[in-house]
Design a binder for this molecule. Structure first.
Ligand SMILES: [Zn+2]
Length: 45
């Protein structure tokens, strides 16, 4: 399952057995799921 950090915009691979979802790059704890079939255009630069 792919996730994306809402702060640094890095792709994060999260295993559900992993305890504690957080971005390994910046430590942010809010990640959004990436849905391969329904990708909306997002301009967040
Ligand atoms: Zn991050």
């Amino acid at each position: 399952m792919g996730y994306k950090c809402t702060r640094c915009k890095q792709k994060v691979e999260i295993d559900y057995e992993y305890t504690g979802i957080r971005c390994p790059y910046c430590g942010h704890r809010i990640l959004v799921k990436e849905r391969p079939t329904t990708i909306k255009r997002v301009i967040a630069e």
